[in-house]
Design a protein around this ligand. Sequence first.
Ligand SMILES: [Zn+2]
Length: 186
Amino acid sequence: MNNRFKPGDLLLVIDVQKDFCPGGALAVEKGDEIIPVLNKWIKEALDSSIPVYASRDWHPRNSISFEEYGGPWPPHCIQDSDGASFHPDLELPDSVIKVTKGVRFDKDQNSAFDETGLAVHLRKEGFRRLWIGGLAEDVCVLATCLEGRLEKFDVLIIKDATRPVTRREGEKARKKMLEAGIQIIT
Ligand SMILES: [Zn+2]
């Protein structure tokens, strides 16, 4: 598919969990369509010795992210629930490193960088450039991309490997990404 990887690259897959796919508690329309695309990227990355990290939303039952507790969302990705598991069609070999977020009681964590220690870790490991896909484009993917830029990584978003909650918010998200210097790969 591509020979675009170079040393210092990393593939970061955001929140491809059952609850964010059709049939889930907070489903993104056609969210599951990105899975075969991501599977190709994951395979290509690992074949090219490019590490793959996968984040997951992982809320306590009484998360501040949920409407009942003052947040914007219905309950989703509750720790150890079926909906919080990675989508079964997503091919994540054991070598894939998981990043867990959304566990805090005092705030939501849309970005995989938000107080997870990920940026410090990636810098220490010598990563400079991040290829990103996952769900949802206008929420956790956007937040991760923007924070990645703030942390001085080069960020590329794989357009076919992400879907927004709504088309309009997706357009707004891509505009924000371009303004932040994020490259959109089609
Ligand atoms: Zn969440």
